[in-house]
Write a protein that binds this ligand. Structure first.
Ligand SMILES: NC(=O)c1ccc[n+]([C@@H]2O[C@H](COP(=O)([O-])OP(=O)(O)OC[C@H]3O[C@@H](n4cnc5c(N)ncnc54)[C@H](OP(=O)(O)O)[C@@H]3O)[C@@H](O)[C@H]2O)c1
Length: 273
């Protein structure tokens, strides 16, 4: 009997595609890097911690996955520029997929949030995504079929306590995706958002103690997806809406101008990395 991976690889192929995934050393970004590379894409990733990045690059190399990477703090404009120069060099000026995933969370009541925390959340979560899209634009255009996926959050659509500024960054990302999807569709660059519910990663581990956040979230959403492998859902939407080598008979031109913010789940999921 054919296993899941066999079935999946028949449906999807990213052979020959190039992708940049920010924040790929752990959590959601790590799962997306692995998924894209396993489907044949050559992936470039980045993070701030050099030791973590080198460890991951070695692991991927041992698994015969084509993943490159370099250190970059996406909250700094000059570092974003250097990153895109390296990506352009590695991929000969053509990029098929940009996944804006790197982000931070600060759990604070609005009244207690400092100016520094506000600035840090905005530059890491929003400004970096916007500027990386700008920097990637010529590369995405040159590929002839560019795809931007912004990892947003259900917090951009619902209210959760102590996450006001964080949630505002995700509301901004959702709207950024909406506008880019219209503005750049004519260049055959598609833009979408994937907005997950809570996933157990380093970012959320303290918040998930006692299942507080997922219980609150379940109250505010239509329930949970019964799935322990949320990154696959995220990637599935990514492939589906990207239409890249899609063999499900979707008409790519029909997809081009469609924006989806895919809100994924009110449940709780684990990523083991
Ligand atoms: N986990 C959830 O429940 C959840 C739900 C909805 C949305 N999201 C969103 O999904 C994204 C990933 O979250 P996660 O839970 O996987 O987080 P995570 O486990 O903390 O991983 C974040 C990744 O991004 C990197 N990163 C953080 N700040 C960076 C910066 N300034 N420059 C470059 N890389 C940076 C981290 O590496 P370094 O620290 O070494 O830089 C790491 O590789 C975030 O945008 C988050 O808002 C998460």
């Amino acid at each position: 009997m054919e296993d899941n991976a066999g079935i999946r690889n028949k449906r999807w192929s990213l052979q020959g595609a190039t992708a940049l995934v920010t924040g790929g050393t752990r959590g959601i970004g790590h799962a997306i890097v692995k998924e894209l590379a396993e489907l044949g894409a050559t992936v470039y990733t980045c993070s701030r911690n050099e030791a973590d990045l080198n460890k991951r690059l070695l692991e991927w190399e041992k698994s015969n996955l084509n993943v490159l990477g370099s250190v970059c703090d996406v909250s700094a404009r000059s570092e974003r520029e250097k990153l895109m120069e390296k990506v352009s060099l590695a991929f000969h000026g053509k990029l098929n997929i940009l996944v804006n995933n790197a982000g931070i969370a600060i759990y604070k009541k609005a009244i207690d949030s400092t100016a520094e925390e506000y600035a840090s959340l905005m530059s890491t979560n929003v400004e970096s995504a916007f500027h990386l899209c700008q920097l990637a634009y010529p590369l995405l255009k040159a590929s002839g079929a560019g795809n931007i996926v912004i990892i947003s959050s259900v917090c951009g659509q619902i209210v959760l306590d102590d996450l006001t500024v964080y949630s505002a960054t995700h509301g901004a990302l959702n709207q950024l995706a909406r506008n880019l999807s219209c503005e750049w569709a004519k260049e055959n660059i598609r833009t979408n958002c994937v907005a997950p519910g809570p996933i157990r990663t380093v970012m959320t581990e303290t918040l998930m103690e006692g299942n507080k956040i997922s219980a609150k979230l379940a109250e505010r959403t239509r329930g949970s997806i019964n799935c322990s492998r949320i990154p696959l859902h995220a990637c599935c939407f990514l492939y589906y809406w990207s239409g890249y080598s899609c063999r499900w008979g979707m008409d790519r031109s029909w997809l081009t101008k469609i924006l989806r913010t895919c809100s994924i789940g009110g449940g709780k999921f684990d990523i083991k990395s």
